[in-house]
Design a protein around this ligand. Structure first.
Ligand SMILES: Nc1ncnc2c1ncn2[C@@H]1O[C@H](COP(=O)(O)OP(=O)(O)OP(=O)(O)O)[C@@H](O)[C@H]1O
Length: 269
């Protein structure tokens, strides 16, 4: 008897995604899947197509660009459908590099966090305080009453993560969330993302970055984009041990060079 192959339905299934401007092709047919509770890193040099791919997943492509292909999220076709018109499960939570821009500047963060929640005010407040506390805020009541401008960059990034966790979607999209942070704060955000996504959490992660070291610390799989195409998609440890594409080798070599330089600088008298 033939052994039955395990078939996992992807949570996110991007197929043949092309994005064209009036003058040229920007994405040349991106294929990308994220299975439930997996953490997938998307790596690529500047201009390789990471932001456009994420924008298509989030429903944020600029109207002047033409997109074809398919983006299925939690069973729904969502290519070209803005987040507000999608079923709740197909509106991913998002954490971006620009935490200040992602939050309303004049609304206390507790009120912003309560917006996606239904139920009574007391229920929403309890849920907000509990989420803030679970993300390491020692005085969640004070944070809930603060304006975004009254928080540090790292604190704002944790508030954005709290906001993303309020959404009912099983996909969290993180677009360069640690780039603007110092190394210690960066490590804290990576560790929170690791706790809140992956096996047993009910959430998968699509993590976009330039930083291969962060992908190695956080992700199960790595997708490498180059010139608007996926050139490699494999488990992280396999890619690091034996990169299958020239572009991946370049990214790994570049990361090692930076690391070696940092060590040399740190050890210099
Ligand atoms: N609105 C737009 N109109 C025309 N071209 C665009 C637009 N947005 C992006 N592009 C082009 O599409 C290509 C991919 O851009 P994208 O922003 O996805 O790259 P990226 O990998 O996210 O780069 P970075 O790491 O620098 O953010 C680039 O050549 C970029 O110039």
């Amino acid at each position: 008897m033939q052994e039955e192959e395990e078939h996992v339905v992807p949570l996110l299934d991007v197929r043949g995604l092309r994005v064209d401007s009036a003058s040229r092709g920007l994405l040349q047919g991106v294929d990308l899947t994220v299975e439930p509770e997996r953490r997938v890193g998307v790596l690529g040099a500047s201009g390789s197509g990471k932001s456009l791919t994420v924008a298509a997943v989030l429903g944020l492509l600029p109207p002047a660009l033409r997109a074809t292909g398919s983006v299925r999220l939690a069973g729904a076709e969502v290519l070209g459908v803005p987040a507000a018109r999608r079923p709740p499960g197909a509106r991913p939570g998002v954490v971006r590099q620009d935490s200040a821009g992602a939050l309303h500047p004049l609304l206390p963060v507790g009120r912003q966090l309560a917006l996606p929640l239904g139920g009574s005010r007391a229920f929403a407040r309890a849920r907000v305080l509990e989420t803030l506390e679970s993300l390491g805020f020692r005085d969640p009541g004070r944070i809930a009453g603060a304006l975004p401008s009254e928080l540090s960059g790292g604190m704002r990034q944790r508030v954005c993560l709290a906001l993303a966790l309020m959404t009912p979607s099983s996909l969290l999209v993180a677009d360069e969330p640690t780039t603007a942070l110092d190394v210690v704060t960066q490590a804290g955000v990576v560790s929170l993302l690791r706790d809140r996504t992956g096996p047993g959490t009910g959430r998968a992660l699509l993590f976009v970055t330039h930083d291969i070291a962060v992908v190695a610390a956080l992700c199960d799989e790595l997708v490498v984009l180059s010139d608007g195409r996926v050139v490699e998609h494999a488990p992280v440890e396999d890619v690091l041990a034996s990169p299958g594409h020239e572009r991946t080798r370049e990214l790994i070599t570049a990361a090692r060079t930076v690391e070696a330089h940092l060590y040399a600088t740190a050890e210099a008298p």
